[in-house]
Design a protein around this ligand. Structure first.
Ligand code: NDP
Length: 291
C-alpha cells in the first residue's frame, strides 16, 4: 500500500522553521511584510487571500490586504503595485489571480518589483529559476511539491519524471525544478497535445499531475511503484456532501493509490504547501531587503 505523503505535516514543519526565522529577523528589528491585492470579489480568490492573511497573522508577519473593486482599472492596479513597491514595510507583493477581464495580468506581474515578487511569476524570477540562480523566487506550488518529495525521502536523481501540464505557475517551473542540478531527474512535460499520455505516464517513476481536470490520471497511467504528486484542486458536485460539492485532485486516488509507492492526497497534500512556501518566500524577501 502506498505511503500517503502528509502535506499538512510537512507544511507545519516548514512553518515552524519560518517562525524561528521570523523571531531571528525581529530580533534585528525587521518584521517581514506581505501585501495581498485582490481585485473583485471572486469567492475562491477571497478564500485564498483570507487564508494567506490569516497565516501571516499566526506567524507574526505583517500583512496588508488591499481590495479593489471589480471595476478597477489597469491604472489603479498599477498604482497600487507601485505604492507597494515603494513601501518599506512590505517585502512581498502578490496580486491574486485571476483578476477581472479588463486587467492585463501579465503587465501587473511585470510591474511588481522582482525583489518583492514572492509568487515568483516576474520574468526576472522565471529567468533566475531557469538559470538556477538561488537569489530568485520560485513559484510556491512547485517549490512545495519539491519539499514534499524531499521530506518523503524520494530520490529524484536519475528518476524519470513526467509533469502533466505546462502552465507558468505549476507545470513549467515544476519541470525546471526537477531537472535542476541537485534534483537531476530526467523530465518529460506533457500537455493537451501530447500523444499517448497514458503511455508517457507509465514510463514515469514520478508523476506530477497539474492538469486541472478532476480525477483525470487513473491507474492506467501509473506504473507499479511510481510516486504520484497531485497538484489538482477541483470542485465536483456531490449531492451527499454537506456543501453540495467535494474537493478532488487531478488524480483518481481510489484507483491509483493501490498501485503507487507514495501519493499526495487532496485535500491535505500539495495545497497546504503552497501557503507555507509563500510564507518562506516572504521571509526570504525580508532578508534580502535587509542585505
Ligand atoms: P492550467 O489550466 O493553467 O494548465 C493545465 C495544463 O494541463 C495545461 O498545460 C494543459 O495543456 C494541460 N492539460 C489540460 N487538459 C489536458 C489533457 N486532456 N491531457 C493532457 N494535458 C492536459 O492549470 P494550472 O497549472 O494553473 O493548475 C493545474 C491544477 O493545479 C488545477 O487543478 C489547479 O486548481 C491546481 N492548482 C493547485 C494549486 C495548489 O495550491 N495545490 C495551485 C495552483 C493550481 P495545454 O497547455 O496544452 O492547454
Amino acid at each position: 500500500m502506498a505511503t500517503i505523503i502528509d502535506g499538512k505535516k510537512v507544511a507545519a514543519d516548514v512553518l515552524e522553521k519560518c517562525a524561528e526565522e521570523i523571531t531571528d529577523l525581529k530580533s534585528q528589528g525587521i518584521t517581514p511584510g506581505l501585501a495581498v491585492v485582490l481585485v473583485g470579489e471572486d469567492p475562491a480568490s477571497k478564500v485564498y487571500v483570507n487564508s494567506k492573511v490569516r497565516k501571516c497573522g499566526e506567524l507574526g508577519i505583517h500583512s496588508e490586504k488591499i481590495v479593489l473593486s471589480r471595476e478597477a482599472t489597469q491604472e489603479e492596479v498599477l498604482e497600487t503595485v507601485k505604492n507597494l513597491n515603494e513601501n518599506p514595510r512590505i517585502h512581498g507583493i502578490l496580486v491574486q489571480s485571476p483578476p477581472p477581464p479588463q486587467i492585463d495580468e501579465e503587465a501587473i506581474v511585470r510591474a511588481i518589483d522582482p525583489a518583492k515578487d514572492v509568487d515568483g511569476f516576474h520574468p526576472e524570477n522565471v529567468a533566475k529559476l531557469a538559470l538556477e540562480d538561488p537569489t530568485g523566487f520560485v513559484p510556491c506550488t512547485p517549490a512545495g511539491c519539491m519539499e514534499l518529495l524531499r521530506s518523503a525521502g524520494i530520490k529524484t536523481s536519475g528518476a524519470n519524471a513526467v509533469v502533466v501540464g505546462r502552465s507558468m505557475i505549476v507545470g513549467k517551473p515544476m519541470a525546471l525544478l526537477l531537472m535542476a542540478r541537485g534534483s537531476d531527474a530526467t523530465v518529460t512535460v506533457a500537455h493537451s497535445r501530447s500523444k499517448d499520455l497514458p503511455g508517457i505516464c507509465r514510463q514515469a517513476d514520478i508523476i506530477v499531475a497539474a492538469v486541472g481536470r478532476p480525477e483525470f490520471i487513473t491507474d492506467d497511467y501509473v506504473k507499479e511503484g511510481a510516486v504520484v504528486i497531485d497538484v489538482g484542486i477541483n470542485r465536483v458536485d456531490d449531492a451527499e456532501a454537506k456543501k453540495g460539492y467535494r474537493l478532488c485532485g487531478d488524480v483518481d486516488y481510489a484507483s491509483v493509490a493501490p498501485k503507487c509507492s507514495a501519493i499526495t492526497p487532496v485535500p491535505g497534500g500539495v495545497g497546504p504547501m503552497t501557503i507555507a512556501l509563500l510564507m518562506k518566500n516572504t521571509i526570504k524577501a525580508a532578508r534580502f531587503a535587509r542585505a
